[in-house]
Design a protein around this ligand. Structure first.
Ligand code: GUN
Length: 281
């Protein structure tokens, strides 16, 4: 039986409508949520992401400003800008678009963002709080994945969840969130001995491997929920995920498409974190 599609665009639209409503209420109390996005250099993909973030803020009624810095900006200059934004009262969230040019130490930049404005949730304070289960900003992509699982009514308690990929942005945080919701979590990566066997144990399978179509139908448990975080550009210009959609959708019960799955949720959760940051501050 063909899997049901998890429509990320539809879920994102629903969540954005709720956010817009809440932003309007907050503005009624005299607080306008504000986001500062910093882009260093001219990476084409990053420019698209940053423009989309700015546009999404506008649509939700959130104030946003984009700081575009040349690719050869010294690290100190970037750190001074972050310092200014940390104490800017109209800015509640700060996001520095990654990757950064090679001469800038990503760690120094991420660490410089005030934890109360770290709406990406990448800084050590947020990551630490996530691990110990305290209040924090959930990183946007994993946060979006959890909202999707909730929307389709998955009860994670006692379920086997398998995560493919151990990045700081997706794999590690999503594994922590699944664990917090009482799933039994396995993390797979490039050194995993029998990836197909591990994946087949998953009632929920989250794939953030960064390699096109590495997960095929025969690696998926019958009736599983499959979340594909991958976005890969094929030679013909089309996008595909890390999961082979055609074979996987014959086995899974639910599956996210690429595009139109996890993607639309990421910016939505950035809006949600910015709103949350404004409420807290
Ligand atoms: N580059 C790719 N994804 C992200 C993200 O979620 N946040 C930031 N800051 N940079 C990214």
């Amino acid at each position: 039986m063909a899997a049901q599609i998890i429509d990320g665009k539809k879920i994102a639209d629903e969540v954005r409508a709720e956010i817009k409503q809440e932003v309007a209420e907050l503005k009624g109390q005299g607080i306008e949520p504000g986001l500062a996005v910093v882009l260093v250099g001219e990476d084409p993909a990053s420019q698209v992401y940053v423009n989309n973030k700015h546009k999404a803020c506008g649509e939700a009624g959130i104030y946003s400003e984009v700081h575009r810095l040349p690719g050869d900006t010294p690290q100190d200059e970037l750190l001074s800008l972050i310092d200014r934004l940390n104490s800017d009262k109209k800015i509640h969230g700060i996001l520095v678009q990654l990757p950064l040019p090679k001469h800038i130490a990503e760690k120094a930049v991420v660490n410089a963002i005030s934890p109360i404005k770290d709406v990406d949730g990448f800084g050590p304070a947020n990551v630490g709080n996530l691990v110990i289960g305290d209040d924090c900003f959930y990183p946007c992509t994993p946060h979006g994945i959890m909202v999707m699982l909730d929307k389709i009514g998955v009860d994670l308690k006692g379920q086997r969840a398998v995560v493919v990929g151990r990045s700081n942005i997706v794999g590690k945080p999503v594994a922590m969130m699944l664990l917090q919701r009482h799933a039994t979590v396995t993390m797979c990566h490039t050194k995993t001995r029998d990836l197909a066997w591990e994946c087949r144990q998953g009632d929920v399978l989250v794939v953030a491997a960064g390699r096109p179509r590495v997960i095929t139908g025969e690696m998926i448990k019958e009736g599983a929920v499959v979340i594909d975080v991958g976005v890969n550009r094929l030679e013909n210009g089309k996008l595909c995920g890390d999961v082979d959609f055609e074979s996987a959708s014959q086995v899974a019960a639910w599956i996210t498409p690429v595009p139109g799955g996890v993607g639309p949720m990421t910016i939505t959760m950035l809006l949600k974190n910015t709103l949350e940051a404004a409420k807290r501050q």
